[in-house]
Design a protein around this ligand. Structure first.
Ligand code: SF4
Length: 146
């Protein structure tokens, strides 16, 4: 049976990156061309494109996505989207996330403390965390081997 892969939409060439651009990765797409791809973009869904950038910040023991523009906490809409996505697509076998993204990165996203000092460079984005929590195999786009 064909494997269902959830993948960051920007890797497929969708212009959903914060600045209206994309992260098209033809080498990756070539490797997974025979699989069923289910794209997602929590940030475009929640905030539209273009949009403000955000970073993961550790606040009171919780990892939150905080706007770089106005310091608003943007976590909840991303977490809600992730839960709905995986509830709807319960047959996902593999998650491929855009590296370093505060939503999609898998063990490649920077985590800051409240003084905006980097405390980790191998965190996962909020949507990737939901995939991992559900025990879905998760891979960073840069480290992808099928
Ligand atoms: S990395 Fe994730 S949130 Fe950012 S543009 Fe790509 S799919 Fe959207």
């Amino acid at each position: 049976m064909q494997k269902n892969i959830a993948i960051s939409a920007c890797l497929l060439g969708e212009n959903c990156k914060y600045n209206g651009d994309n992260n098209l990765n033809n080498e990756l797409l070539n490797k997974i061309k025979d699989y069923q791809l289910i794209p997602f973009c929590p940030e475009d869904y929640a905030f539209g494109t273009p949009r403000e950038t955000m970073d993961l910040i550790l606040i009171d023991g919780e990892i939150e996505a905080i706007s770089n523009e106005n310091s608003n906490n943007l976590s909840q809409p991303i977490k809600d989207y992730a839960k709905e996505f995986f509830d709807k697509h319960s047959d996902i076998e593999l998650f491929i996330g855009k590296d370093k993204s505060p939503s999609c990165g898998v063990s490649s996203t920077k985590l800051y403390n409240s003084d905006k000092i980097i405390i980790s460079t191998n965190n996962s984005g909020l949507m990737a965390k939901e995939a991992i929590k559900r025990k879905i195999k998760a891979k960073d786009a840069t480290l992808f081997i099928i």
